[in-house]
Write a protein that binds this ligand. Sequence first.
Ligand code: CU
Length: 155
Amino acid sequence: MKSITLSLLLGSLLCAGGAHATAAEHVRVSHAWIRVLPGDLPAGAYVTLQNDGDQPAALSGASSTRYTDVMLHHSSTAGGMSRMTMVDTVTVPAHGQAVLAPAGYHFMLMRATKPVKPGDSIPLTLKFSDGSTLVARFIARPANAIDAGGEHAGH
Ligand SMILES: [Cu+2]
């Protein structure tokens, strides 16, 4: 019973401020990775965002000191042609998740300020439409990688 009391107490402390909590405070990041391409080609960045909040969170972009520009894109395939479109936001549903992954939503990282190699850990600042931000580390993976690697490499 003690542990239940403690977690209830912690829960109410964490929720202090309730309605004023920002989107970033409710979002957890996992499977954050970058697919590094040769030369100065733009790199795709992928991540899973889990929203523990009661309100949807709208991801509106990102920035990084390691890249000159970061754009939010969506890839789609129609008639065998693959294309990318710019998007303003990606919604992370309340108590749900949004997955940025190859062939779907992704960040496009433009013009690295210095070369990024597989194995590097690159901080990206994720931005939400309420103005809140969240810094997450993205693992750089080789061009032939299909996911974040590690224990989930078997997907
Ligand atoms: Cu793109």
